[in-house]
Write a protein that binds this ligand. Structure first.
Ligand code: HEC
Ligand code: HEC
Length: 334
């Protein structure tokens, strides 16, 4: 992985990029950005979940029984109509308490192997029960959550049919994760462009893609089909108060380092960053253009970019081309 990154930096720093469509196409393929391959998803049972299991997970995702006061569900904070976020800089818990971090989107997590801003969970199953018990979030003991769900006849029957068992926390987590793995964005203008439709992206977005791969250096961290290296970096935001990755794994530059978020549907997921401190993609671009605030943990891959106004707009246009609004029909929660 490190080798690939270094090679990319070597290729892109100072490279003069040809404007011809075939050239940018080759560049994108070389950088391994492209349409994510559904065959690469590693399912826990080695095969995609059944439609019934996904539907069960969706109901649990929307079920407010999973919060102590029965007032919020996963979908309250990860609202499909708000890019699976909540639109706030910092999340809001069941007691209207402000959380320490921004609610992240959950697009294309099926391919991910690290979760949370600091990467403290390593599977969706492991992640799923966390927010239910977290005091600041849903604040419900897991045994109480299981017994609330087990009281509902429709759930009892579904668990029996799908898992041949009664309601358990393990199976609740499996069902929720199965639903989350279906939240996939892979048919954006960019995906159509990269698959050969040269008119799928407007010219500004094509220029933006070249900048993303070249002068903007974005691909150094936002690499692969989902535009994340699944690694952690301190990008020199104003706020350096959150310990970030260092709380999980002590290491060089890990203080206030956070997971590189995937950029699919990023246009829909404002505000941005672990602390929600940047409101728009233009603001994000202005941040990167400065190279980030100097501090001892700043990633060595952050450099002032000297982008012009037009280049900033082009990069925003490219991120706009990563958009595919998903329509999620809310389930009938029993
Ligand atoms: C009160 C708001 C709130 C609720 C309710 C909530 N979440 Fe979250 N979720 C967050 C916040 C904030 C984070 C980031 C926390 C962190 O990184 O430290 C997060 C992180 C996540 C992540 C990790 C995303 C990534 O990119 O790593 C997943 C997956 C997730 N939540 C799923 C769920 C599920 C499933 C539920 C319901 C069982 C749920 N959330 C309930 C606010 C919420
Ligand atoms: C050194 C690695 C690195 C480079 C280079 C980089 N990013 Fe990031 N990016 C990150 C990390 C890490 C975060 C999250 C930081 C945080 O929240 O503290 C992030 C966050 C973002 C976000 C906010 C996403 C969200 O959901 O909140 C956008 C948009 C973004 N980057 C776009 C870009 C663009 C465009 C470029 C090139 C101009 C770029 N990045 C260069 C690592 C990088």
């Amino acid at each position: 992985m490190v080798k690939v990154r270094e090679a990319l930096v070597a290729v892109f720093s100072g490279a003069v990029l040809a404007a011809a469509p075939w050239a940018s196409m080759a560049l994108a393929q070389g950088a391994n950005i492209g349409k994510p391959d559904r065959d690469d998803i590693e399912y826990p049972d080695d095969e995609p979940p059944s439609a019934e299991e996904v539907e069960l997970g969706k109901k649990l995702f929307y079920d407010r029984r999973l919060s102590a006061k029965k007032n919020i569900s996963c979908a309250t904070c990860h609202n499909p109509n708000l890019g699976f976020g909540d639109g706030f800089a910092l999340g809001l818990g069941q007691a209207d308490n402000v959380l320490g971090r921004n609610t992240p989107h959950i697009y294309n997590l099926a391919w991910n192997t690290v979760f949370f801003w600091d990467g403290r969970a390593s599977s969706l199953e492991e992640q799923a029960l966390g927010p239910i018990e977290a005091k600041a979030e849903m604040d419900l003991k897991i045994d109480e959550a299981v017994s609330r769900i087990a009281k509902v006849k429709e759930y009892q029957q579904a668990f029996k049919k799908i898992y041949k068992s009664k309601v358990t926390k393990e199976n609740m987590a499996k069902a929720i994760a199965a639903f989350e793995r279906t939240i996939i964005v892979d048919d954006t203008p960019f995906d159509r462009y990269i698959s050969g439709d040269q008119n799928a992206m407007i010219p500004a977005a094509v220029r933006g893609m070249q900048l993303f791969l070249g002068k903007g250096r974005c691909v150094v961290c936002h690499s692969g089909p989902n535009f994340t290296d699944e690694s952690f970096h301190n990008i020199g935001l104003e706020n350096q108060k959150d310990e970030g990755r260092n709380a999980v794994v002590k290491g060089k530059n890990m203080t206030s380092a956070f997971k590189t978020p995937g950029l699919r549907n990023v246009l829909l997921t404002a505000p941005y960053m672990h602390d929600g401190s940047l409101g728009t993609l233009e603001e994000v671009m202005r941040h990167y253009n400065t190279g980030g605030k100097k501090n001892k943990n700043l990633s060595p891959d952050m450099k002032p970019l000297k982008l012009t106004e037009r280049e900033i707009n082009d990069l925003v246009a490219f991120m706009g081309a990563l958009t595919q609004p998903l329509v999620i029909k809310p389930p009938k929660v029993p």
